[in-house]
Design a protein around this ligand. Structure first.
Ligand code: URA
Length: 183
C-alpha cells in the first residue's frame, strides 16, 4: 500500500473516531494535512473553532501566522505536514486532558511512522510535554531533541506568538535555527 493510501485510510479512521468524549461535541475531526512524503511535520495542540468547522488544521489566526513563518524560512504550507496532538476540538478551546491526549496519541504516532519526517516540530507546551517530556518552554524553545531515532524541534505555539510580541520574535528566531537543519 502506498504511504498516501495508508495516510488516507488512517485519516478516515480519525474522522470517525469515538475514543474520547470530544466526538460528541466536535463538528469535524481534524486529522491533519500535507504530503505523505513531507520532510517536516508541525504538531500543534488541538483544533479551534475554525478548524472544527472546516476539518482542516491551522486555518484560523494561529494558522495564518504559522503559514507565514513557514514561508519565511523558504518552505511552503503545501510541502509540509500539519497536525495537532488532539484531532478533535475541546469545548471552548480548553486545555486537553491527559485522557484525551492518551486516547489520541496512537494517531499521531502512526502519522509520524507513515510520513517518517526528518524533523517533527513541536508547537507549544502541550505538544512538547506530550511527545518529549516536561520541558520548560523558556528552556526548550529553539532546541532539537533526539529520542527513539526521531528528531524533534521545540518552539512556541503561534497562538502565544500572536499575543506576545517577544514570543513572536523568539519563534521567528527558532524557525531560522530549524531552517539551518533542513538544508
Ligand atoms: N491550534 C492548534 O494547535 N491546532 C490547530 O489546528 C489550530 C490551532
Amino acid at each position: 500500500m502506498t504511504r498516501n493510501k495508508q495516510l488516507e485510510d488512517l485519516h478516515e479512521v480519525i474522522r470517525n473516531c469515538t475514543l474520547c468524549p470530544l466526538h460528541e461535541t466536535r463538528i469535524n475531526a481534524v486529522p491533519g494535512e500535507g504530503p505523505a512524503t513531507s520532510r517536516v511535520m508541525f504538531v500543534g495542540e488541538a483544533p479551534g473553532a475554525r478548524e472544527d468547522e472546516s476539518g482542516r488544521p491551522f486555518v484560523g489566526k494561529s494558522g495564518e501566522l504559522l503559514t507565514s513563518m513557514i514561508q519565511e524560512i523558504g518552505l511552503s504550507r503545501e510541502t509540509v505536514f500539519i497536525t495537532s496532538i488532539l484531532k478533535s476540538r475541546p469545548p471552548k478551546n480548553r486545555t486537553p486532558t491527559q485522557f484525551e491526549i492518551s486516547a489520541c496519541r496512537p494517531y499521531l504516532e502512526r502519522q509520524i511512522e507513515i510520513i517518517n519526517p526528518k524533523v517533527v516540530v513541536l508547537l507549544g507546551g502541550v505538544a512538547i510535554s506530550s511527545l518529549v517530556g516536561p520541558w520548560k518552554l523558556s528552556e526548550a524553545h529553539g532546541r532539537f531533541y533526539e529520542t527513539d531515532n526521531r528528531t524533534y524541534f521545540m518552539t512556541y505555539h503561534p497562538a502565544a506568538a500572536l499575543r506576545i510580541p517577544k514570543v513572536k520574535k523568539s519563534m521567528q528566531e527558532d524557525f531560522q535555527i530549524l531552517s539551518q537543519e533542513l538544508v
